[in-house]
Design a protein around this ligand. Sequence first.
Ligand code: I6G
Length: 676
Amino acid sequence: MSDFSSAQQRHAALSAEIEAHNRLYYTQDAPTITDFEYDRLMQALLALESEHPSLLTSASPSQRVGSAPRDEFTQIRHEKPMLSLSNGFNDDDIFEFDRRLHKELGQPEETVFDYVAEPKLDGLAVSVLYENGQFKYAATRGDGKVGEDITQNVKTIRSLPLSLPAGAPDRLEVRGEVFMSHAGFSKLNAAQADAEKKVFVNPRNAAAGSLRQLDSKITASRPLDIFIYSLGVISDETFAMTHFDTLERLGALGFPICPLRERVTGAQGCLDYFSSLSKRRSALDYEIDGIVYKLDRLDWQRAAGFIAKAPRWALAHKFPAQEKSTIVRDIEVQVGRTGAITPVARLEPLFVGGVTVSNVTLHNQSEIARLGIRVGDTVVVRRAGDVIPQIVSVNLDKRAANSVAYEFPTACPVCGSGILVEGEGVIARCSGGLSCAAQVKQAIKHFVSRKAMDIDGMGDKIVDVLVDDKRIGDVADLYALSFEQIVSLEGFADKSAQNLIESIAKSRHTELPRLLYALGIPQVGESTAEQLANTFGSMDALADANVDRLESLPDIGPIVADNIVRFFDQDSNRLVIQSLFDRGVTYDEIDIADLPDPDSLPMAGKTIVLTGTLSSLSRSDAKKKLQALGAKVTGSVSKKTDMVIVGSDAGSKAAKAEELGIDMLDEDALLALIEA
Ligand code: I6G
């Protein structure tokens, strides 16, 4: 036998052996060799491939260790769109889902449907295509039509087969959820913390961050796992007749399938499964955010079809907000950019609703009084979906006998100035103004932030040090910083100091809306800044505007108008602005004569909300385009909203719009609207 054919045989044997150990370890949780022995097998395989590069095929287990970093992700168009799921939140929603399906399929009430119930993992959806039994590519969901090519990264997930046994369909696309177990997440975060790298807030973010690495070697080092839950394209139409059998067959081909899947009977069977899994949820080693029910018969699935971007035959039953108890270690107050004092409860860290929570805002003094909260109290913390965690109640039975009522401070904890309280304890403000280091720091952090002057590399810690060391006292001082001053800071080398100097220099020339927003005038956000810039055209013209003129603008009420006038009335603010210009800050003046009359624009007077992900333009571009047509784009849906633009993965805003009967447009309709 030639050298090469013996290497070929050895390669095939080693590959099969490694993949068998991958299955034992990752799918069956029953390893039969040590990590050391596994590494030896992998090293032997890598050595063979380095000696005979032609042995390195796309299905070699060596692909599991990652490959050369990429510059960017390329795109893959899904042959079959990747859908999202409709949501249900209570028993009625599930009965209604079942009733609707009966109606759609023309089945009498007495026919009881079989459903398959599976946990909905909180991870990232991916699609993986196999051709002739070999892993061809993997893609993210993206907008459902086009995703990103993450082939090299997904290949590193060891529980996913790289090749399929004989008998697998020639073309087989599987879809599933990539996730990170709690155990893997804790281990990863401990390692990240040891290496002084970023720790992740929850397993989902860790999984997402790991999967979207341009360097697949980093992905390979992350404990990712996957459960396959459905098919995309398949060349064999007789693969299975039911969803349950589809999962069974996929399992037999070596795919990891969630072991908690169950075939259940009727809507009541779905609800029984939901209640039984809700009880086991906290004991699972992975995060789930609901249960997915799917009509079992595939012919009925096909007949039921789709509404918008979701199948009619499936429903995600979401878990309600999670609540858990913990102890309040302390109550501290934070000082914001405009001196606003916000009390924050420092908690014994707890894992709730998918994140570790150690700080929860208490909003204001009257909220503290409403809850009657004290340091040392046991409290119930609630977190649902993306909503920020909140304390909902205090367990008085667990209150210590020697506990004392919390007293709101009367002096700023940072500068010692008095705290002024307005509005029955709702607003508390440090009276120190720009003599308060906390306010100065916050103002500078806002000024340098991405949507303001966008000074890349000027992080929070650097601002803290620069202010504490009195190297800067206001935003204009940033433009007087020297290379020597920066390079002398801890953690800076010549190159990083030079980069920061260049970022500062680059920000000198900017646009008026950015500069106005960066100044941090109370209640002047990005869109107000833009409106002010487009109306007045220059800083001087705005500074001279009076309250009446400001209030005549569509989005500016008396409070914002008053804030703007007061801001420009303060000598200290005028001095800082002058010193910004003296230190070389410039902006392009806007020729206001060129601007159309806002009332004559086609969407004048319309209030629009954007939700979900858009595929062909970013949300901020869409917002700008709508604003240019005269629309007001806001962040929350209310009765005043005229229209909601719904991208993929839209959540509660779309549901609210539906509830309020507000017009909803998808991305294609939005593009048509912009073009028209
Ligand atoms: O996002 C999903 C999570 C889980 C799913 C899903 C699922 O089944 C257990 N199934 C389908 C069909 C879709 N998304 C579109």
